[in-house]
Ligand binder design. Structure first.
Ligand SMILES: [Zn+2]
Length: 73
């Protein structure tokens, strides 16, 4: 019984160490930076060449446009 308990403890320790090493080798990318990047992504209007923030782009036939005027022209 004592050996079983010690084996379980050792396994837990090894698992914890492996996780610590894994985290140390591959630090997680902070999600805030990813959001900032996507907010500042600019697309260029295929008609007049104006830079448009990604959330304001009007997509038409897989091309970005700055406004409905450019899209329909
Ligand atoms: Zn335009």
């Amino acid at each position: 019984m004592w050996i079983l308990l010690r084996t379980l403890l050792l396994l837990g320790l090894v698992f914890w160490l492996a996780r610590a090493v894994w985290r140390w080798l591959r630090p997680p990318v902070p999600p805030v930076r990813q959001q900032e990047q996507s907010a500042h992504t600019l697309s260029r209007c295929s008609r007049c060449g104006t830079l448009i923030p990604h959330e304001m782009v009007l997509w038409h036939q897989e091309k970005p446009f700055c406004s409905s005027t450019c899209r329909d022209r």
